[in-house]
Every structure is written in structure tokens, then in C-alpha cells.
Design a protein around this ligand. Structure first.
Ligand SMILES: [Zn+2]
Length: 237
């Protein structure tokens, strides 16, 4: 019997859109119809298909995780997200940063669960950790956001996993260990989100992926750090 990917509950699971329903309807309003939104012609039909395929269904969540836990985050985050997606910017409170970091992480996870390839890029323990945390992302996740100058038409998504070596400083004698990491990038309209999941708090992303992370943290970068909120000491060096 299948079990809920977040809490491990074995029983009846619910069918849920991987991308939140409100987001799909915001990008492709049902009243307009997708074909109308994108116009007609060959190129437009190609984009229409992008929107259609993103309505992935996942059967891997229990009703409690879906409705009582994750559902509340959708309600609380969508106003701010709609603004960012349409290119609006303005002051963001600390509580909103935490909320949106959580949203970014959980959305990366539900999309990963629903991916047609079936091979998951995000390790299962990350989903359990998100569930245990309830309101904030797992340890070792780094999230950056930027407002795109050029609007992305619809939703773009890419994910990969990788192995990395890291020096475990908690051990009596610091030892090199191999860990699973993952990288998820998605673009929705004017919003772009980059997620790097390392699973340990003291692995330095700049050390692991110097070229990529340098673009996100350079002085003139358009990216803002969404998570962690407090600079990890090791990043200050
Ligand atoms: Zn559950």
C-alpha cells in the first residue's frame, strides 16, 4: 500500500495538483481557456501544451498533509506570490520570507513527486523533515529569488541531483562524507526561484558549486537570499 510521502501515513491518499491549483488558474484562467490565453498558431499551441502538461496529478499525499497542513500555506502565500509573479516588488517581512521559503521548498517537492520520469531528485528524508518542521524548510536548503526582467511565459522547471563530498566537522575526527544534494530551478512569470538542497547546515554552497553560486551571491546579482534568513557563519568568511 502506498504511503504519504510527507508523514508516512498508510491508507487513502488524495489526488492533488503538483503545482497549486490557484497558480494554474492564475496563469491560465479557466474562463479564458488556455488556447485563448495563448492565441492561435503553431508556436502558441506549443506553449498551451506546456501549461497543460504541468497539471500533473500526484497520489502521494494523505488528506491531512494536503488539506490541513500544506493547504494552509497556499492560502497564506498566494497574495505575495501573485505580486511577485506579475513583477511587483516592495517590502517583505521576515515572516513572509519564512512563509515563501517554505512554499518554495514544498512546491519543489510536490512537483518532484509528480514528475513523469518517476525518478525523484529530492531525497525522501527531505520531505519527512519538512513535515516534522511544519513551518520552515529542512536544514541545508538554500533558496534565492529574483524578479525576472523578461517574463517567463507560464512555468519553467528543471531539477537535478548530485553527490558531493563534505567535511563532517561534528565527528570526533572530522571526516569526508558523501551526501546527496539537489538543485531545483523554476520560473513563473516574473518570479525565478533557485533551490539548492545540501541536507547539512555547514556545507558551503559557494565551495561546492562556485561558478553557479557566485552568480547568485555576487554584489550586483539580481538575486535575493530567501533562505536561510540568518547568514550561515561559514558563508561570511
Ligand atoms: Zn501525510
Amino acid at each position: 500500500m502506498a504511503a504519504c510521502a510527507f508523514c508516512g501515513y498508510q491508507g487513502k491518499l488524495t489526488k492533488e495538483d503538483a503545482w497549486p491549483t490557484w497558480l494554474m488558474e492564475y496563469l491560465w484562467p479557466p474562463t479564458k481557456g488556455m488556447a485563448k490565453t495563448w492565441g492561435t498558431g503553431k508556436g502558441a499551441r506549443g506553449k498551451w501544451k506546456v501549461g497543460y502538461n504541468l497539471r500533473l496529478k500526484t497520489m502521494t499525499l494523505c488528506a491531512e498533509c494536503n488539506n490541513e497542513w500544506l493547504g494552509l500555506f497556499e492560502k497564506r502565500s498566494k497574495a505575495k506570490l501573485r505580486g511577485w509573479i506579475s513583477g511587483l516588488h516592495g517590502p517583505v517581512t521576515r515572516a513572509e520570507l519564512e512563509l515563501l521559503a517554505f512554499w518554495a521548498a514544498k512546491t519543489a517537492m510536490t512537483v518532484d513527486l509528480a514528475h513523469p520520469s518517476g525518478r525523484r531528485k529530492i531525497p525522501a528524508d527531505q520531505l519527512r523533515e519538512l513535515h516534522d518542521n511544519r513551518t520552515y524548510p529542512p536544514v541545508g536548503i538554500h533558496i534565492w529569488v529574483a524578479l525576472r526582467v523578461v517574463r517567463y511565459p507560464g512555468i519553467g522547471h528543471t531539477a537535478r541531483d548530485f553527490k558531493f563530498q563534505y567535511l563532517d566537522r561534528q565527528a570526533v575526527v572530522p571526516t569526508l562524507k558523501v551526501r546527496d544534494g539537489y538543485q531545483v530551478i523554476y520560473s513563473i512569470g516574473h518570479l525565478e526561484i533557485h533551490i539548492l538542497g545540501l541536507g547539512v547546515w555547514d556545507a558551503d554552497p559557494l565551495e561546492l558549486l562556485p561558478d553557479y553560486v557566485a552568480l547568485l551571491v555576487s554584489p550586483d546579482t539580481p538575486f535575493y537570499r530567501l533562505w536561510p534568513l540568518n547568514k550561515v557563519p561559514i558563508l561570511v568568511s
